[in-house]
Every structure is written in structure tokens, then in C-alpha cells.
Design a protein around this ligand. Sequence first.
Ligand SMILES: Cc1cc2nc3c(=O)[nH]c(=O)nc-3n(C[C@H](O)[C@H](O)[C@H](O)COP(=O)(O)OP(=O)(O)OC[C@H]3O[C@@H](n4cnc5c(N)ncnc54)[C@H](O)[C@@H]3O)c2cc1C
Ligand SMILES: NC(=O)c1ccc[n+]([C@@H]2O[C@H](COP(=O)([O-])OP(=O)(O)OC[C@H]3O[C@@H](n4cnc5c(N)ncnc54)[C@H](OP(=O)(O)O)[C@@H]3O)[C@@H](O)[C@H]2O)c1
Length: 432
Amino acid sequence: MYNTCLKIPDMFQTSGPNHDFFAHRCVWVNGPVIVGAGPSGLAVGAGLKRQGVPFVILERANCIASLWQNRTYDRLKLHLPKQFCQLPDFPFPEEFPEYPTKYQFISYLASYAKHFDINPHFNEIVQSAKYDETFGLWRVKTISTSSSDIPIEVEYICKWLVVATGENAEKVLPEFEGLQDFGGHVMHACDYKSGESYHGKRVLVVGCGNSGMEVSLDLSNHNACPSMVVRSSVHVLPREVLGRSTFELAVTMMKWLPLWMVDKVLLLLSRLILGNVEKYGLKRPCLGPLQLKNTHGKTPVLDIGALEKIRSGKIKVVPGIKRFSSGKVELVNSEILEIDSVILATGYRSNVPSWLKENEFFAEDGIPKNPFPNGWKGNAGLYAVGFTRRGLSGASLDAMSVALDIAKIWKEETKQKKKTVAARHRRCISHF
Ligand SMILES: Cc1cc2nc3c(=O)[nH]c(=O)nc-3n(C[C@H](O)[C@H](O)[C@H](O)COP(=O)(O)OP(=O)(O)OC[C@H]3O[C@@H](n4cnc5c(N)ncnc54)[C@H](O)[C@@H]3O)c2cc1C
Ligand SMILES: NC(=O)c1ccc[n+]([C@@H]2O[C@H](COP(=O)([O-])OP(=O)(O)OC[C@H]3O[C@@H](n4cnc5c(N)ncnc54)[C@H](OP(=O)(O)O)[C@@H]3O)[C@@H](O)[C@H]2O)c1
């Protein structure tokens, strides 16, 4: 109804190496184009629906929330209480537990999309997006494989572009000397589902963020023998303090105390509850957990059982990697371990620099240059949602700001357009 499919006008003709291979289509969107149908993209869509603003969501996968559906392990649960993870205007069902499972979260997101009647264009990868100064419009090029066997190149033309591709769009795969000679199975944590097939296997888990800790815990629960690489330092905090979520406690304290003091309290409580974790090889960073999160984006680990396994020796903590060789890894302390498999829990990164032709608003790492709460609006109708390093609660805040801002401008422009059309109409009539 709102978006028009056009023959490509000359001024917007595409060019490039694949120009002759793909069929072409050009679409004018009377509203924003949102890239990504994860929680952030859906939340912006919901906000726009409520305001009556038309939009298009482009999603490279064949489903909503593809990170949650396709790239997470089976045992995953939300690590913050549900009230901090719900999207705007749609609470979690009451019967959901305080920490919903990933399956519950996915079903919540499906209900969210259904409730707000959000229908993304699936199987459509955004290849590039560029602002056309001459026309004051964004040109968003995609490759779509949704409607036929032949990939179709589609160009969307719009006034507003919302980037919602996430902080975790691509896996980080560091290079290691000798890994090609290792010979065993190597995978990234995003492809790990469960420890079921690892019974009795010696597994090297590289990385000690929330993924590394939970994959190690899962492997140990399935009677595998995980060794977890901690190359630098990590803040491990209890998920709860006296039955109350540590996150909630931190949020409450931050209303009254400066950040550094909240950090001190968190570390003191962690010491009382978890003991001295450094004696197990989990060296604490110099900066406090919240300060580290704010300055370097490094998330503290919320312990849900891995620490107990480390204490009991069922998860072995080892230092950084020097090199791999056939069936073995040599560590920086010269220890050599015989291993069967490697799981790289080495994190994720944004993919924005690979497709957005812009370098004022986004930094080289694909995260907006302005930190929270000022990183959601750029120039020329460019917006970002879900890059606050504050998980789902940060994404919800961004989404509300973006939807309101676009709706305000869209409504003014629509009113203005209607006035102009009416005036033209009056002029035409008066000529007769
Ligand atoms: C294992 C894991 C567990 C997590 N657990 C929590 C948690 O408990 N609580 C919390 O708050 N946060 C958690 N997070 C962080 C989590 O990523 C976010 O909170 C949430 O998924 C962010 O939503 P998003 O929509 O911004 O990004 P995403 O969920 O990553 O969605 C982005 C979407 O954009 C699509 N996309 C990317 N590039 C393109 C392109 N070029 N063209 C078209 N589409 C594209 C992707 O396919 C994806 O569907 C977790 C992250 C991981 C990796
Ligand atoms: N709901 C949940 O419970 C849950 C579960 C999993 C993930 N998450 C979230 O998902 C996001 C990503 O978490 P993540 O754990 O996948 O990634 P991450 O927090 O970025 O951790 C990556 C880990 O890999 C290590 N690493 C990277 N390169 C390495 C190398 N060459 N050698 C050795 N170690 C290396 C890092 O060490 P350095 O610190 O030394 O760089 C770090 O320990 C976070 O926001 C996290 O909170 C949430």
C-alpha cells in the first residue's frame, strides 16, 4: 500500500560487477527502512506501527531474531530478570520465569511481531547503504533470495535509515599459529548447541566471557573435560545477591551513588559470595565491572554455576595460547595440552562498516561514536538502535526515541505534502 515498486529511473540506475547477473527492482519506501529484524528492529517497527508510520524491515535470515534462533546454544537463558529484557509496550507473559529460556524469549518475540503486525522482508541481505546528497535520500541495495531461485538485486529508496544489525552480527575468529595442523574439530560458540556429543572429550574453550563460561559449564555437565583459556582478566559476579538480581541491585545503587562506588560495593559483595576468584586463574581487571563496561564495552560474567565447576577442577582454567599442533595446544606458560576439539568463544562484532557508506556517525568498529544515551541519531535521517552495549534494555530505549523522532518528522512532512497537493488541486480547479 505504501511502498511503490518502480522501474529503475535513470538517475538511480545501478552499476557494478554483478550488474548483468541479477534481476533488478527499485522500491520507494514512504517511511524508514530498518535493517535487521532482531529485537531492536522489531521494537522500532512496533513504535512506528503505533504512530501509523509505514516502514520496511530488511532481514538477511529467513526468520526474526536470527541470533537467538540460529546462533545460540540450547541451555541459554536471559541473564537479567525479565522486566529488564522486555520490549516496549508488551510485557512478558506472567507465567514466564524470572530468567526466561531462549525458547521462551523467541516465542515472546514471535508474539511481539504478530501483535504489532510486523512482517519483515526475509532473505534480503543489505549490501550497501549510501546517502545521495543530490536527492536527499538513502539508497539501500540488497540481494534478495526470497521470491525466486535467481537472486534479485533490489534498491530501496527512502528518507530515513535505521541501522539495527546488532553488536553481535559477525563472529570474531582470531588467527592462531598452527591451527590448520590441529586436525580436530574447531567451531565458534555461535555454532555450539550442546555438550551431548562431547562426552569424554578434551575440549579447549577459548575465551571466558559469558559464552566461554556457559559453554564450559555445559560441556562439564555433559561429562566432557573442558579447559577454558583466560588470556587476560575477567570480572565474575554472582547473578544474584541474597535472592535479588545483581544487575537490579547495581541499577538501584546507581541512582544514589557514583559509578566507582557502586563498583566497589559489587566487588565487595562478589568477594563475600564467590570468594577470591583470582586463586583459580580468574584475574580481575584493574577497572571495576561497570566502569570497564562503560569504557571498553566488556560485559562482566554473571556466574550461573561455572565457578563451582572451576573450584572443583571440572573446568580447568588455562592461560593464553602460543600455538596449535596436531592434536595439541601449547600455552604461553609452555604447558602442552592434548585436546580433541576447540570451541572459539571469542566474541562478536558489528558488521556496519561492511555495508554502510558513512563514517561520521559510526566509528570504525561499527558502533556509533557518541556513547549512550546520545548514539541513536545521526545526520540526514540516519538512526542506530541496539548499539548501546546495554543489551535489550538499551535497545528498547533507543527504539522508543527513534520511533518517536521519525514519526514526528514523518507526520509533519505528510501534513505538508497534503497541504501542497490540496493547494495544487485548488489552483487546477480555479483554472477551469
Ligand atoms: C549468546 C548471546 C546471549 C545473549 N544474551 C543476552 C541477554 O540475556 N540479555 C541481553 O540483554 N542481551 C543479550 N545478548 C546481547 C544480544 O545480542 C542482544 O541483547 C539482542 O539480540 C540485540 O538485538 P539486536 O536486534 O540489536 O541485534 P540482533 O539480535 O543481533 O539482530 C540483528 C539482526 O540483523 C540482521 N542483519 C545483520 N546484518 C544484516 C544485513 N547486512 N542485512 C540484513 N540483515 C542483517 C541479523 O541477521 C539479525 O537478525 C546476548 C548475545 C549473545 C551473543
Ligand atoms: N544471556 C547470557 O547469559 C549470555 C550468554 C552468552 C553471551 N552473552 C552476551 O553476548 C555478548 C558476547 O559475549 P561472548 O562471551 O560471546 O564474547 P565476549 O564477551 O566478547 O568475550 C570474548 C572472550 O574471548 C576472549 N578472546 C578473544 N580473542 C582471544 C584470543 N585470541 N585468545 C584468547 N582469548 C580470546 C576474550 O578475552 P579478552 O577479554 O582478553 O579479550 C574474551 O574472554 C556479551 O554481551 C554477553 O554478555 C550473554
